[in-house]
Design a protein around this ligand. Structure first.
Ligand code: AMP
Ligand code: GLY
Length: 427
């Protein structure tokens, strides 16, 4: 069959890599893709948000199945458009994608149905928001309602910071329409984990729990990024806690959507804060995480096409999803300056020396080929993923590979996976 992957990051390279292993797949197209995807698939010059061109391309090429990486096209309704055109696509329809597209929708749903999450209020008026901050005290968290590429959340330590965040979002309109409504919520402390799950709206099957590293510098210092590294399985999520998350969060989420008349199909991602053996939802995403995909998909034994087809046909209960009993760890190599200003076009060396060897796969993100040379073309450039038997070995393997790769200004965290090591050593 012919498949199309929409997007251009490390997650999409991982999807392409996984789909290339499927016996069912003959040809893969990626729109728009990157230098890494071009080795396994045919890159097509269509932006991931250009839904009209994507559906026309899928019709012309008679694409059998489409996978969508990023949230923007899902929230804009790509699944509805493909389905109306009679094309098979894996992901939630627009109404279901509101779970990520509107934090107000997500919080109201959780509150209505008793799904554990931080206490909150929503505001369309800056003065009322500021009064609420003064009344509640700090630390407190201020979020824009809409999509903001991971930058629309301010965890404010002081009242002044929180007020500044409200002004930036509502008066200066830094996030445009996405910031017309904001959510102010209680600060939660604890350890974060990402639970991605496959669901057909009736059955929900959690994937292996993973953990992202959002801050740009070691020890979680500096501004938040799209994610500087990840590992799986995350030991903070014990088997007992995963059962509880399934019962108290995942199943209630699809059940409450159903009660609202919404069928959710695809990947549901719950970003959780865990403290004292209890999990609360920080946010939902309606897709694979990036870089969580780079560690979860390499551990997936089952054919992704088989899973996607079962979900589309609403017979997920009929298949068994299998996982490798290994550890996976991904270190993101970023352009110096990211997530703020950074330069592009730096030549990258060393990728071919490590990629595909000794349990290492290099998933490319912001890369392109220029005059036959691999150069940087984005903030997050590469995700170096290692598979191993235990975390210590896997961390060492990943960093040995990272040290062999270079480009001018490269930056990466040196502590990816240290939390997992600490937890395991405590036991
Ligand atoms: P979100 O996009 O809502 O997941 O927020 C991005 C990041 O902000 C999360 O991964 C957390 O690190 C942090 N965050 C969000 N909400 C809270 C909260 N209520 N308490 C503490 N940290 C939070
Ligand atoms: N790694 C966080 C996300 O994909 O949203």
């Amino acid at each position: 069959m012919k498949v199309l992957v929409v997007g251009s990051g490390g997650r999409e390279h991982t999807l392409v890599w996984k789909l290339a292993q499927s016996k069912r797949v003959d040809e893969i197209f990626v729109a728009p893709g990157n230098a890494g995807t071009s080795k396994l698939a045919k890159n097509v010059e269509i932006e991931s948000t250009d839904i009209t061109s994507l559906v026309n391309f899928a019709k012309e090429e008679a694409i059998d199945l489409t996978f969508v990486g990023p949230e923007a096209p899902l929230v804009a309704g790509i699944v509805d458009v493909f389905e109306e055109a009679g094309l098979k696509i894996f992901g939630p329809v627009q109404k279901a994608a509101q779970l990520e597209g509107s934090k107000v929708f997500a919080k109201n749903l959780m509150w209505k149905y008793g799904i554990p999450t931080a206490k909150y209020e929503t505001f369309t008026d800056a003065d009322k928001a500021i009064n609420y901050i003064k009344q509640e005290g700090t630390p407190i968290v201020v979020k824009v309602e809409g999509l903001a590429a991971g930058k629309g959340v301010i965890v404010a330590e002081t009242e002044a910071e929180a007020i500044e965040a409200v002004k930036m979002m509502m008066n200066d309109k830094k996030f445009g329409k996405a910031g017309e409504r904001i959510v102010i919520e209680e600060f939660l402390s604890g350890e974060e984990a990402s639970i991605l799950a496959f669901t057909d709206g009736k059955t929900i099957v959690p994937m292996i729990p993973s953990q992202d590293h959002k801050a740009v510098y070691d020890e979680d210092l500096g501004p938040n990024t799209g994610g500087m590294g990840a590992y799986a399985p995350a030991p903070v999520v014990t088997d007992a806690l995963l059962d509880k998350i399934n019962e108290e969060i995942l199943i209630p989420t699809i059940e409450s959507l159903k009660k609202e008349g919404i069928k959710y199909k695809g990947v549901l991602y719950a970003g959780l804060m865990i403290a004292d053996g209890e999990a609360k939802v920080l946010e939902y995403n309606v897709r694979f995480g990036d870089p969580e995909a780079q560690v979860v998909l390499p551990l997936l034994k089952t054919d992704l096409v088989e899973i996607a087809e079962a979900i589309i046909a609403e017979r997920l209960n009929e298949i068994k999803i299998k996982w490798l009993n290994k550890k996976a760890l991904c270190v993101i190599m970023a352009s110096g300056g990211y997530p703020l200003k950074y330069e592009k076009g730096k030549e990258i060396s060393g990728v071919d020396d490590v990629d595909g060897r000794e349990g290492i796969t290099v998933f490319q993100a912001g890369t392109e080929l220029k005059d036959g040379k691999l150069v940087t073309a984005g903030g997050r450039v590469l995700g170096v993923t290692a598979l191993g038997e235990d975390f210590r070995e896997t961390i060492n393997k990943a960093y040995r590979a990272v040290e062999k790769i270079d480009f001018a200004g490269v930056h990466y965290r040196t502590d990816i996976g240290q939390r997992a090591l600490k937890r395991i050593n405590y036991k």
